[in-house]
Design a protein around this ligand. Sequence first.
Ligand code: AMP
Length: 114
Amino acid sequence: MADKTIFQKIGDGDIPVKMEYQDELCFCIRDINPQAPLHLLVIPRRLIARLDSAVEADEALLGHLLLVGRKVALGLGFEDGFRIVINNGPMAGETVPHLHVHVLAGRQMGWPPG
Ligand code: AMP
């Protein structure tokens, strides 16, 4: 069996991390290297390496990740706006090969993103 990703280890409780939210499908933690005052990661418990690897059966799960990100950001008081980012593959900046949704808030965002 392949080594667990860092996010599988966190989700399985092998590495103790404060969860901002969790349910049977996903969990939400703060990014260890925040790029904004609020920087959350919403991560499916089941390993999907990247968005490219998702299939039609993952449609509801993918929507759930977005709604969880919204719920946690609003619950923490970041009502002025937030940015959702999914890096798909190394060229896009994905460093952990386990699909995750970044939720960034608390500062003015620029465009285009780097
Ligand atoms: P990406 O570059 O899109 O793959 O995002 C991976 C993110 O995971 C980066 O923003 C890292 O800072 C973050 N990260 C890596 N290890 C941890 C960890 N142990 N706890 C929280 N965030 C992490």
